[in-house]
Design a protein around this ligand. Structure first.
Ligand code: TYD
Length: 207
């Protein structure tokens, strides 16, 4: 059976993930690879509905309920899109995955990192990425970047500074615990130099 590759991008809000993700996808496609570009929350029809609820619901959503909505989105997304693509031999490049849940719900919302990781692994039948690119950025810098480019914040972006500081340290702790899976990059570096380092790591996985 052929298997593809599963690459995820993680980082705080405003870390430049989306820019780096699309540069990587452009390069992979130019190299002739079949790529599925996707994201969480979202990525499927059900996912888009869940995304709207979890990010923009006007009413209160309890932390556990929030965690389970992300997990429901992930379960459906992996089963219907991500795993089939990997099994076809595609390269899946995804904006956010289970590390987001561990960082935002597990640590940001203080639900417990281990608990949230277990829920995500149950939801996905234990699918872990081959590579996770973490764009690390001090939370106040991320906020400044958002301030200049956005007019409205989603429910998570609207959280206070302490929340985002917890998210950032949670990501760094995750990367330290799994140094082979994670590539941690300083998001203040230039777009080109970040893109080059990401390409070089992905190349080594492809050879
Ligand atoms: P999105 O608009 O995709 O933001 P970004 O461009 O920063 O990726 O919004 C996703 C938001 O959802 C983001 O604030 C992080 C949050 N999130 C979680 O809290 N838990 C999760 O499991 C996922 C996937 C995202």
């Amino acid at each position: 059976m052929t298997t593809g590759l599963f690459i995820t991008f993680e980082g705080g809000d405003g870390s430049g993930k989306s820019t780096q993700l699309s540069l990587l996808v452009d390069w992979l496609e130019r190299e002739g690879h079949s790529v599925l570009t996707t994201r969480e929350p979202g990525g499927t029809e059900l996912g888009d509905e869940l995304r709207e609820i979890v990010l923009h619901s006007k009413g209160h959503i309890t932390p556990k309920s929030e965690a389970l909505i992300y997990a429901a989105d992930r379960a459906h997304h992996v089963a219907t899109k991500v795993r089939p693509a990997i099994e076809r031999g595609d390269i899946v490049v995804q904006d956010r995955y289970l590390d987001s849940s561990v960082a935002y719900q597990g640590v940001g919302r203080e639900l417990g990192a281990d608990e949230i990781r277990r829920i995500s692994l149950w939801a996905t039948d234990d699918l872990l990425p081959d590579l996770t690119v973490l764009l690390d950025l001090e939370e106040s810098l991320g906020r400044e970047r958002l301030d200049t480019s956005r007019t409205r914040f989603d429910r998570l972006e609207a959280e206070e500074r302490d929340f985002h500081a917890r998210v950032r340290s949670a990501y760094l702790a995750l990367a330290e615990a799994e140094p082979i899976r994670f590539l941690v990059l300083d998001a203040t570096r230039s777009v080109d130099s970040l893109a080059e380092e990401i390409r070089s790591r992905v190349s080594s996985l492809l050879s």
